[in-house]
Design a protein around this ligand. Structure first.
Ligand code: NAD
Length: 355
C-alpha cells in the first residue's frame, strides 16, 4: 500500500498508525504542518470502506486544518486523527484510553478535539491519559458549532455584499442544505437578518422546526440544488459541488459550512466560469477553530466572537484578489494560507541562523 505517493500526501510531517490489541484500537494520526504551531484537529470515528479510504481521509483533513488555521491567522498547525470503527457499535472506554495514550506519544505536537463520530464524553476518557485534547476541561468553550455558524454567517454576508452589492441580507433568498448543529444556527442568523429561507434535511423534525420557528420553506433533499435562490449554503456533506450539481445551481453565490464542498479542485474553476462566487469552505467555517484557540481560564467570549466576525474581511480579501487575478477563490485562499506559512518558515530559518 502506497503512503508517500497518493495525491492526498502533501509532504505531511508525520503519519502515525496506532494499534492496541486489547481494545482493538486502529487509529491514524496525521500531522501535516507545524510551522505555525501545534497541529490541532478533530478525531473522526468512521467505519471506512477500506484502510486506503481512512488514510486518504486523514491526509486530506489534516492538510485542510493547516490551511484553515493559517488563513484564520492562528498560531496553530494542521493535523487530524481517525479511529477506524463504527461509532455506534465499537466504542469502549478502553478504546478511547488507548487513543489518549497514542495522542500522548506525540508530545503535544498534535492536539485532538471532537469531530464526526466522537463526543465530549469519549474525549474525556482520552484526556485522562493526555493533556493534549482541546474543547474539554478547565476553561473549555464547549460545542464549537454556534461559533462556526456565526463565522459562516459573516462569510456569507461578505459574499452577498461582493456579488450583489448589498449591505443587508434582507429579502435575499438562501437555500440551506443540512439543518444540523451549524446549519440550523446559520438559519437563525439568516432569519434574524431578514433573509428568506428554503431548507432541506434528511431528518424531518429539523425541517419542521425551521418551517415553524423560522418561516422557512421546505423542499425535498435533491431539489435544494435548483432552487431559484440568491445563495446556496451547503451545511451537510462534502463533495456536493460536482459535475451533476453545478449545472443545476441557480444561485450566484455558494457559501456554507460543509467541509470539502468541491468534489475536485477543478470544480472551483467550473463555478467561476458560470459566474458563481464560491466562498471557500475552510475560509468561512473557521469559527470553531478560532473559538477553540481562545480557550483557557481567561476566555473572553466577546473577543472570540469579534475575531470570528473577521471572517467577513478575510472573505472580501479573497474575493477581491480572485477578481483581480482572474483565478478561482479557492485557489486564492490556498495561496494566502501557504504564503503565511512560507513567510514564517523563512523567519524561523533566519532566526535559527542568527542564533
Ligand atoms: P451535523 O451532523 O450536526 O449536521 C449535518 C446535518 O446534515 C444533519 O442534520 C443531517 O441530517 C443533514 N444531512 C445529511 N445528509 C443530508 C442530505 N443528503 N441532505 C440534506 N441534509 C443532510 O453536522 P454539523 O456539525 O452541523 O456540521 C455540518 C457541516 O459543517 C459538516 O460538513 C462539518 O464537517 C462542517 N463543519 C462543522 C463544524 C462545527 O463546528 N460543527 C466546523 C467546521 C465545519
Amino acid at each position: 500500500m502506497a503512503i508517500f505517493t497518493p495525491n492526498e500526501f502533501d509532504d505531511h510531517e508525520s503519519v502515525l498508525f496506532f494499534h492496541d490489541k486489547k481494545s482493538n484500537l486502529k487509529a491514524i494520526i496525521a500531522v501535516h504542518d507545524t510551522t505555525l504551531g501545534p497541529a490541532l484537529g478533530g478525531t473522526r470515528m468512521w467505519e471506512y470502506a477500506s484502510e486506503e479510504d481512512a488514510i486518504d481521509d486523514v491526509l486530506r483533513l489534516s492538510r485542510g486544518m493547516t490551511y484553515k488555521s493559517s488563513l484564520a491567522g492562528l498560531n496553530l498547525g494542521g493535523g487530524k486523527s481517525v479511529i477506524i470503527g463504527n461509532a455506534r457499535e465499537h466504542k469502549t472506554e478502553e478504546l478511547f484510553a488507548a487513543f489518549g495514550r497514542a495522542v500522548h506519544q506525540l508530545n503535544g505536537s498534535y492536539i485532538a478535539a471532537e469531530d464526526v463520530g466522537t463526543t465530549v464524553e469519549d474525549l474525556e476518557i482520552a484526556r485522562q491519559e493526555t493533556p493534549h485534547i482541546a474543547g474539554i476541561g478547565e476553561g473549555n468553550v464547549g460545542n464549537p458549532s454556534p461559533a462556526t455558524a456565526w463565522g459562516v454567517f459573516n462569510g456569507l454576508k461578505a459574499a452577498a455584499h461582493f456579488r450583489y452589492k448589498k449591505d443587508t441580507l434582507h429579502g435575499l433568498k438562501v437555500a440551506v442544505q443540512g439543518l444540523g448543529n451549524v446549519g440550523y444556527g446559520l438559519c437563525e442568523h439568516l432569519a434574524k437578518a431578514g433573509a428568506d429561507l428554503v431548507v432541506t434535511d434528511i431528518h424531518s423534525p429539523s425541517v419542521e422546526k425551521a418551517v415553524q420557528k423560522l418561516g422557512a420553506k421546505a423542499v425535498y433533499s435533491d431539489d435544494i440544488f435548483h432552487q431559484d435562490v440568491d445563495i446556496f449554503a451547503p451545511c451537510a456533506l462534502g463533495a456536493v459541488l460536482n459535475d451533476q450539481t453545478i449545472p443545476r445551481l441557480k444561485a450566484k453565490v455558494v457559501a456554507g459550512a460543509a467541509n470539502n464542498q468541491l468534489a475536485e479542485a477543478r470544480h472551483a474553476t467550473d463555478l467561476m466560469n458560470r459566474g458563481i462566487l464560491y466562498a471557500p469552505d475552510y475560509a468561512i467555517n473557521a469559527g470553531g477553530i478560532i473559538v477553540i484557540s481562545h480557550e483557557g481560564p481567561n476566555y473572553d467570549k466577546k473577543k472570540a466572537m469579534k475575531d470570528i466576525a473577521g471572517i467577513y474581511d478575510t472573505s472580501i480579501k479573497i474575493f477581491t484578489r480572485a477578481e483581480q487575478e482572474n483565478i478561482p477563490t479557492a485557489d486564492v485562499a490556498d495561496r494566502i494560507a501557504i504564503e503565511r506559512i512560507e513567510k514564517v518558515k523563512v523567519e524561523n530559518s533566519q532566526l535559527a541562523m542568527a542564533g
